[in-house]
Design a protein around this ligand. Structure first.
Ligand SMILES: C[S@@+](CC[C@H](N)C(=O)[O-])C[C@H]1O[C@@H](n2cnc3c(N)ncnc32)[C@H](O)[C@@H]1O
Length: 485
């Protein structure tokens, strides 16, 4: 008989592992307004994982974020602010042991881990839900096959003014992108879309990508933490005054971007040159919750990833301009939002029917710290102390889904393979949530050893809402290192 489980169902208990090691500092601030249940469960895990926690001076804010990519040829083309750096990937590969033959990133984003692995000759597979990531990786893959003639054709297209002639194709307008561009730039984007269709086939992925790279610059918006910030000139009703300064026109910005792409790609400053043969890159479209179960077991020597954090960050809003250019309409945006790993209050529980996931759903349903946190948040919600009641569901669904992802990745790892998980702890209703401890518990349940929890020396501040209500306390930013025995 096939049992069906909905990912949103609750289930029974799991066991805590053996205690080992002691951490010097308690993981929760002593003045935090927490019930003793959360504090005790967290302290237990702090003792259990204390022996493997290390502050790693290498994990600076620059390295664990996109910042270190900003000056790197190729990586700098598109600002994917949620990315980690290529240097982080290289560092993690160096501690993985022998150079892995094949690496998996189930939340590939702009493809940093895929490119950095391919650059040292390692094959890399990724899964990414947003079409933005596919446009970026597709353009890089096309450029990897460019010869001198292709670069000349790209240069010719850029200087011929082709993008300004001929017919215009309408740009999708979404509620959240309405009024994003000055009329002149909007007209240029529509001319570009018309010209793109007539461009030589091998140039199209690169041209589309170049346009994607400059949309924010040419718009009245700025990606700012969790939100798109809007300039007053957009004509929107805004609570705060914001002036972005002089905007480049879309055509000028595109021109400069294509020139930068040609320069970097021709020089190829070490991107794929540090090995004899570039590793193969495959990026699967869709949700990793659907794709991972379809991949054959024991295929990878390392998993290297940074999932969305449990922090209400909505990628479909942040990348709305880019998604609209790629043709997404309101319905597609809303579908993408629901298929994302749950990390916003808008996410509804996913219905996923898969009998193998009974075990990971039980790890989540019976996790002692997670159980205490959910009870505490539920109580805060009842007392009106959470600024959004759906936070309780979001936190609980986030961990259920992550348990399933970890279960699948463990199945896909070969013996001896390493799993690097970059994540941030979060804070709701005054409670620090030790994401690193909870996910490491799931990893142990999946049969992996917790080798290290590497902690960034620079901890993260809280969101402004949290700071106002509960004061500031440090939140760990970690790389968990798990190993399949
Ligand atoms: C923190 S970012 C990863 C960034 C990546 N490490 C890089 O350097 O570009 C998390 C990514 O997970 C993607 N994502 C969210 N839910 C997903 C899902 N269910 N399946 C696959 N990808 C998903 C998001 O679109 C986002 O690009």
């Amino acid at each position: 008989m096939t049992e069906s489980l909905q990912i949103g169902e609750t289930s029974t208990a799991t066991r805590a592992g053996a205690a080992r090691g002691v951490v010097k500092k308690p993981s929760l601030p002593p003045d935090a307004p927490l019930p003793s249940g959360v504090r005790k469960a967290d302290d237990l895990l702090a003792r259990r994982f204390g022996g493997v926690m290390r502050v790693s001076p290498f994990l600076t804010r620059q390295i664990v974020s996109f910042q270190a990519n900003k000056t790197k040829p190729r990586y700098r083309w598109f600002k994917y602010k949620e990315a980690f750096s290529a240097d982080l990937v290289k560092y993690l590969l160096s501690i993985a042991g022998a150079r892995p033959d094949a690496v998996l990133d189930p939340f590939a984003g702009m493809g940093t881990s895929l490119f950095a692995c391919a650059g040292v000759g390692t094959d890399a597979d990724g899964v990414e839900l947003l079409p933005v990531g596919h446009c970026i990786v597709g353009a890089h893959n096309s450029l990897a096959n460019f010869g001198a003639d292709d670069f000349s054709a790209l240069e010719k297209w850029r200087s011929s003014g082709a993008r300004q002639n001929g017919r215009r194709l309408p740009l999708n307008e979404l509620r959240i992108t309405a009024g994003a561009y000055p009329p002149e730039s909007r007209a240029q984007i529509e001319s570009f879309l018309g010209a793109l269709e007539a461009a030589p086939a091998q140039l199209q992925p690169v041209l589309r990508f170049a346009a994607l790279c400059v949309l924010e610059d040419a718009s009245y918006t700025r990606k700012d933490g969790q939100f798109l910030r809007w300039d007053n000139r957009s004509g929107r009703q805004l609570k705060q005054q914001f002036h972005k300064g002089k905007l480049p026109s879309f055509a000028d910005a595109l021109d400069k971007k294509i020139a930068q792409i040609i320069r970097d790609a021709r020089a190829d400053g070490g991107f794929f040159s540090s090995c004899e043969k570039r590793g193969k890159i495959r990026l699967f479209p869709g949700s990793c919750l659907d794709v991972l179960p379809s991949l054959p077991g024991e295929s990878y020597d390392a998993v290297l990833t940074s999932p969305p954090y449990c922090n209400r960050y909505d990628y479909t809003r942040t990348y709305a301009l880019e998604l609209a250019l790629l043709g997404a309409d309101e319905k597609e945006i809303s579908d993408l939002r629901q298929r994302m790993l749950t990390c916003t209050v808008e996410n509804r529980p996913k219905t996923i029917v898969r009998k193998e996931w009974r075990a990971p759903l039980e790890w989540a349903g019976g996790h002692p710290l997670l159980g205490e946190i959910v009870r505490f948040l539920e109580e805060q919600r009842r007392r009106g102390l959470l600024n959004n009641g759906a936070i309780v569901r979001m936190v609980s669904e986030y961990f259920r889904e992550m348990a399933c992802v970890i279960y699948e990745c463990a199945r896909l790892m070969r013996r001896g393979a390493a799993f690097f998980m970059v994540n941030d702890n979060v804070r709701y209703g005054g409670a620090d949530i030790s994401v690193d401890f909870i996910l490491s518990g799931f990893a142990e349940s999946a049969g992996l050893e917790v080798q290290n929890i590497l902690v960034s020396p620079q901890t993260k501040g809280n969101s402004s809402q949290q700071m106002g209500a509960h004061g500031r306390s440090a939140l760990r930013k970690c790389v968990c290192v798990w190993r399949k025995p």
